[in-house]
Design a protein around this ligand. Structure first.
Ligand SMILES: Cc1cc2nc3c(=O)[nH]c(=O)nc-3n(C[C@H](O)[C@H](O)[C@H](O)COP(=O)(O)OP(=O)(O)OC[C@H]3O[C@@H](n4cnc5c(N)ncnc54)[C@H](O)[C@@H]3O)c2cc1C
Length: 484
């Protein structure tokens, strides 16, 4: 397959129906090389189905009542938080095994998963997958919105158990630093960092993984305007390559606010849109004070003794376990300031008329994110001129008919994304172009557009980097570099 002048191998993984697929004996032998860390997949919600053996009503009740919590899915080897991606039917409508599914089957969940507690487990999994031509599905917490953490017939690699942190008073002359193992979640990292009076750029949600998809996508949070994206703050990485070798890619020599606006109903009235458009148009200013016919907006300033004192009361449980889609664009200052009419009409158009819509404007760019434009990271250059990551979200009921789901999907990709893209362009494309945050974007972005939308001008180089480090296509995920 040709991408930007080079050829990438199309991965054709073995499937459980193939004669070459590992037998029970092969899996047992592999498990013994891992000191028993291999787990045969049982979909998390299978306890709720009559096929469960033995049937387990208590476990089912627990799963039902905790299904929308991220900790339930994060602590299971294969469960993911957006269950539709585990469905192997096309088009995707519902997860293959949720407490409300009609049936329970394996869908796209990996067949077996390596419960990683040491880097050697990862190396073992990579060798086995490469030799047996298996798809590798890497899961850390399972938060991914784009379905990049599952794979039909795959060997799963579950990073959650690879815990640990190490603090350095002065790392290579660059000051305080912390080493974070791949299974750490932001809540765990924040607690340890705070004990030492330090701060670190991490996600708003404490259960998101600190290293996996978050960091590879760029990673934003309450502190990114002040200190840059999480990826900007990486001093050194220790990675395991597709050949199963440990490597330390070249160190970078570099050394907030989240706005949630939700209408009370899915059909917000005129004053709501006036207010939202007004707020977005005034974000580049420090304070917003205004009165609309039925809405008073005021901004107050509060001083906290420490970052954790400010953070902890602002942790809110974000429900997962349902299906959702996102339409998003990174908006530059020029698309916001003095642009009331365009913002208002964009929001009215982009807000879905079907399903359960929502809107999140994340003030996670500008400031140090802009100042870090010289850094050699793969994040979309649009981050460097962005002020806001604006997301329109939509969820739907598990039992929504397929036509409804397809309508929601079309609206999200065509209307909502189109409207946000047009708004971003009113700011002038500039050298950075227009793009989206890869971790929080339309999961049905067309493959041929994904490079430009998620990485912009940086995409010219990325397939070559992928080919250099992974010539056999061991690592693959949907909409990832080289997935074409
Ligand atoms: C409720 C919620 C809140 C969120 N809040 C934020 C936020 O505040 N800021 C923000 O920037 N993003 C946020 N996100 C988006 C988040 O960054 C992405 O979902 C991200 O992919 C999560 O990474 P993970 O490793 O935790 O999840 P996973 O779903 O486990 O993994 C995501 C991807 O990373 C790969 N991966 C995981 N670990 C590794 C590894 N060690 N090596 C190689 N590949 C790996 C997986 O294969 C998969 O492709 C949020 C998402 C949700 C659902």
């Amino acid at each position: 397959m040709r991408v930007d002048g080079i050829f990438l191998r199309a991965a054709i993984p073995a499937s459980p129906q193939d004669a070459c697929f590992p037998t029970h004996t092969d899996w047992t032998a592999f498990n013994s090389t891992l000191s028993g860390q291999l787990i045969k997949t049982t979909p998390l919600a299978s306890a709720c189905f009559p096929t469960a053996s033995p049937s387990n009503p208590e476990a089912c009740e627990y799963i039902r009542t905790h299904w929308t919590t991220s900790t339930l899915h994060a602590s299971d080897p294969s469960s993911i938080m957006m269950p539709m991606w585990a469905s192997n039917s096309h088009p995707i409508a519902q997860g293959p095994c949720t407490p409300t599914s009609k049936h329970c089957d394996m869908g796209n969940y990996p067949v077996y998963t390596v419960n990683v507690t040491t880097p050697q487990h990862v190396i073992g999994a990579i060798h086995f997958a490469r030799e047996r031509k298996l798809r590798l599905a890497i899961k850390n917490t399972g938060h991914d919105f784009l379905g990049r953490n599952v794979g039909f017939g795959a060997l799963g690699v579950w990073m959650h158990g690879l815990k640990g942190m190490e603090f350095f008073d002065d790392f290579a002359g660059m000051g305080s630093a912390v080493t974070v193992m791949a299974g750490m979640q932001w809540g765990e990292v924040y607690d340890e960092v705070a004990k030492r009076g330090l701060v670190v750029v991490g996600g708003a949600n404490p259960t998101v993984g600190s290293v996996g998809g978050y960091l590879q996508g760029g990673g934003h949070g309450y502190l990114s305007s002040r200190h840059g994206l999480a990826a900007d703050n990486v001093l050194q990485l220790t990675a395991i390559t597709a050949s199963g070798a440990l490597t330390h890619p070249t160190p970078q020599t570099t050394r907030h606010t989240m706005l949630m606006i939700s209408p009370a109903s899915s059909e917000p009235h005129e004053a709501f849109w006036d207010a939202v458009a007004y707020i977005h148009g005034h974000l580049p200013r420090e304070y917003i004070n205004s009165t609309f016919p039925s809405l008073h907006i005021s901004t107050t300033e509060k001083q906290y003794g420490s970052w954790m004192e400010a953070y902890k009361p602002n942790i809110y449980p974000e429900p997962v376990g349902h299906n959702s889609l996102i339409a998003s664009r990174l908006l530059p200052r020029a698309a916001l300031e003095n642009n009331f009419a365009a913002i208002r009409s964009t929001l009215v158009t982009a807000f879905p008329k079907v399903g359960m819509p929502g809107m999140v404007g994340q003030l996670v760019a500008a400031g140090q994110v802009s100042k870090n434009r010289h850094l050699r990271t793969a994040v979309h250059p649009a981050w460097r001129s962005a002020y806001l990551n604006l997301e329109i979200t939509v969820t739907w009921a598990d039992d929504a008919p397929l036509e409804t789901v397809m309508g929601i999907r079309r609206y999200n990709s065509e209307v909502s994304v189109g409207a946000l893209e047009a708004l971003a362009r009113t700011g002038g494309e500039g050298e950075d172009g227009v793009g989206a945050y890869v971790n929080e974007a339309d999961a049905f972005t067309k493959r041929e557009d994904a490079g430009k939308v998620f990485w912009g001008g940086k995409y010219e180089e990325l397939p070559r980097v992928k080919e250099r480090w992974d010539p056999k296509g061991v690592f693959w995920c949907r909409l990832c570099v080289g997935s074409e």
